[in-house]
Ligand binder design. Structure first.
Ligand SMILES: Cc1cc2nc3c(=O)[nH]c(=O)nc-3n(C[C@H](O)[C@H](O)[C@H](O)COP(=O)(O)OP(=O)(O)OC[C@H]3O[C@@H](n4cnc5c(N)ncnc54)[C@H](O)[C@@H]3O)c2cc1C
Length: 394
């Protein structure tokens, strides 16, 4: 195959990938219910690099084939198809750079650059239809039409979602309470009923330019409560700003999202939490309390010292026989009925979980903890399908 043909194929694949990237971004909120927002966002990050390979290979192969394309890289609008191709390439590069610098540029600038992806798509489409040597085939024309419809459909869905979200009402701070040195609980009151499943998360934003970028936080209150509660570990700029909010301040809430929820109502459950990863389990436990028929739930909660136990009051208030818990303290020697020293390891799991093959295991905690536990559970013979985890790190 000639270098010229490789350039053509790279252009075609790059365009297909670009359309899929735009479509998956616009419809992420819809497909969240099937795949989970985390998987979609991770897919997009990797897929954008894959797309970049083909988009950049398109002119490079042409250049290597001896085609004089350097003059075409300066857009000449008398030759519209090639000028729009060059413009599309520059916009693509600008979007990629803006995504890499996401946190360092203002959110408004990032949003404006992202809106340009639609221009990028239409410029590329015009370029492909008018210059692409394969655009004479009806199959290729049909494929371009389907991609156009998909991107247009995605944009309509996104706009509709944004308008619906505006009508969903506002959220105001009720209180911000310090749990320990690093963690606080923020309670929000929605203007209208906010429906979610225990274990889901929301994106929070603040109405200040540098804090308008979305940050994910898991809801720690139960779906039956009228308020939304989040337990937050102070990390950087956004979490510090949340901590300094006052009652009555507005927080923008987008959600709920995520598939870290209990789907099988019959199976026993083992919750393994690390630090602030307790948040989804508090919501799930409170939700379980509202049910008539309960299954057995074991909570293994890894923290450094007893002072780090978050939502202790809520955990201690659950006295039901179906619930057992153990605090696993990594930095403290405490001998008591519900405490273990060290980490959540094989011995601890075997001690608290009688029949290892029966329950579903839910894990939420730091990256290293999750990695270790997946390995430990596999060694204990737990099937991968019975291990469900949530990442607080994307
Ligand atoms: C699904 C999910 C649920 C989460 N739930 C909670 C929770 O209940 N309580 C809690 O304390 N934390 C939770 N987090 C983590 C929380 O989103 C980050 O700690 C927070 O965004 C940090 O922002 P920052 O500006 O304060 O800190 P920074 O110093 O900017 O970031 C610290 C780290 O947080 C992560 N992070 C930063 N910004 C984002 C972002 N916009 N999107 C995703 N990750 C980001 C990165 O790994 C980064 O290294 C959750 C994360 C995810 C993905």
């Amino acid at each position: 195959m000639s270098l010229f043909s490789l350039g053509q194929i790279a252009g075609l694949i790059g365009f297909l990938c670009l359309a899929l990237l735009i479509f998956s971004g616009d419809t992420a909120r819809y497909f969240d219910r099937f795949f989970g927002m985390d998987k979609i966002i991770k897919f997009q990050r990797k897929f954008s690099l894959f797309t970049a390979l083909f988009v950049l290979a398109h002119p490079v192969f042409f250049m290597l084939s001896g085609l004089e394309i350097l003059p075409l890289l300066i857009p000449n609008f008398l030759l519209l198809p090639s000028a729009l191709g060059a413009m599309a390439l520059y916009i693509f590069m600008a979007v990629m750079i803006a995504s890499a610098l996401y946190k360092r540029i203002s959110y408004a600038a990032w949003q404006y650059i992202h809106v340009l992806t639609y221009a990028l798509f239409f410029f590329s489409l015009y370029h492909a239809v008018n210059l692409g040597s394969d655009s004479g085939y009806w199959q290729i024309k049909a494929a371009y039409f389907i991609l156009l419809m998909a991107v247009a459909g995605g944009a309509v869905y996104r706009t509709h979602y944004k308008l619906k979200q505006r009508r969903a009402g506002k959220f105001y701070v009720v209180s911000v309470k310090q749990d320990n040195q690093e963690v606080f609980t923020i309670t929000l009151k929605p203007e209208k009923k906010f429906n979610f499943k225990a274990g889901q998360f929301c994106f929070l934003r603040l109405k200040q330019d540098r804090l308008y970028a979305r940050h994910p936080f898991t809801i720690a209150s139960s779906p039956e409560e009228n308020e939304l509660r989040f337990v937050v570990k102070i990390q950087g700029k956004f979490t510090r700003a949340l901590k300094n909010l006052q009652p009555g301040d507005e927080v923008i809430v987008d959600g709920p999202f995520g598939v870290f929820t209990v789907k099988d109502r019959a199976k026993d459950l083992v919750f393994i939490a690390g630090g602030v990863g307790i948040a989804p389990f508090i919501s799930m436990l409170k939700d379980e309390l509202t049910r008539e028929k309960n299954r057995n739930i074991v909570l293994l909660y890894g923290i450094k010292t007893p002072a780090d136990i978050i939502c202790k009051q809520e955990l201690e208030s659950i006295k039901n026989s179906w619930f057992k818990k153990a605090y696993i303290l990594s930095n403290h020697d405490l001998v008591s009925a519900e405490c273990e020293n060290g980490r959540v390891n094989q011995e601890v799991i075997k001690k608290y979980v009688r029949n290892i093959n029966k329950p579903l295991f839910y894990i939420c905690g730091p990256k290293s903890m999750k990695k270790n536990l997946v390995k430990i559970l596999a060694q204990l013979g737990v099937g991968r399908r019975n291990i469900i985890s949530e990442d607080f790190f994307w």
